[in-house]
Write a protein that binds this ligand. Structure first.
Ligand SMILES: [Zn+2]
Length: 204
């Protein structure tokens, strides 16, 4: 998703990344977020929308795709307020669904660069023994939330998403599209490109 967006005029927003950046900036909002992180408590939905608001207002964002957000019903309620307050024009929700077996298989081979947050699949990598990020030249690590336990919990969350979050989003967006995640990556990329208009390729 990030890769597709980077090739277009669409801004890619990962809530995980922007909350981390806010914490690293040492701002008042970042300090508030940090207190939850250190207490191993979930961020209150209002703090996430505040972070999102700050990000949208301070970066030159005209078209954006939100990856994996809002996930929970309470997040969707908070996001709904933000969207109405700022009169955000919301397009489509795309849901990519896969089986738990496949999710576990993919997670096992997924590595992340601790510096630039780019993810890699070890199936594609030639340097299996000591994979490093080609941009930052530092060792890739496995994401903590890629463990089988966390994945099965996320599958449980998906049921909640369909019953609680999606009904709220349906009132805000023009379209909800379901994508079969077991298709080839290229086919998924094609479908996402059509939905999110990742097709205004930047020169170069
Ligand atoms: Zn990197």
């Amino acid at each position: 998703m990030q890769h597709l967006a980077n090739k277009s005029d669409v801004t890619y927003i990962s809530v995980g990344n922007i909350t981390r950046n806010e914490i690293n900036s040492g701002s008042a909002l970042g300090l508030q977020l940090k207190s939850y992180l250190e207490a191993i408590k979930e961020y209150p939905p209002e703090l996430i929308t505040q972070t999102l608001r700050t990000h949208i207002l301070t970066t030159n964002t005209s078209i954006a795709v939100l990856d994996g957000y809002p996930k929970y019903g309470r997040e969707a309620h908070s996001f709904e307020k933000l969207a109405r307050e700022h009169r955000l024009k919301l397009g489509s929700v795309a849901i990519i669904s896969i089986t738990l077996d496949e999710a576990v298989k993919r997670a096992e081979s997924r590595r992340i660069c601790p510096h630039c947050q780019k993810t890699f699949s070890m199936h594609d990598s030639k340097s299996l023994s000591c994979p490093t990020c080609p941009n930052c030249l530092i060792k890739l690590t496995q994401r903590e939330d890629d463990s089988p336990e966390v994945l099965s919990r996320r599958f449980h969350d998906f049921d909640d998403y369909m019953s609680q979050t999606l009904p709220i989003l349906r009132n805000l967006v023009s379209d909800v599209v379901e994508i079969d995640g077991l298709q080839s990556q290229d086919k998924i990329a094609d479908q996402l490109s059509t939905i999110f208009r990742f097709n205004s390729n930047k020169p170069g």
